[in-house]
Design a protein around this ligand. Sequence first.
Ligand code: SF4
Length: 84
Amino acid sequence: MRVEYDRDICIGMFQCVEEWVGFEQDLDAGKVDLVDGERIDADWGEEVYAVEVPADEELDAEFSGRVCPVDAIRVWNDDGDRVV
Ligand code: SF4
């Protein structure tokens, strides 16, 4: 599973932090950081980071994407299908 996160879209509501340890609050910036995320070029956002999710964290990671109110988080399964 792969998570992509656009820090530019994020409005710092912090619901994702409650669901998955892969996101950490940056209270000064009013954003979250994607832990170990690598900055990538993506056609859907301006400041996108990506990370591969450990198998035992996949459900939590998926929920983090589902609760984001501004769709700043996208999730793909190992077959390359977008699930969130
Ligand atoms: S839920 Fe979405 S808007 Fe809220 S902190 Fe997480 S990524 Fe940002």
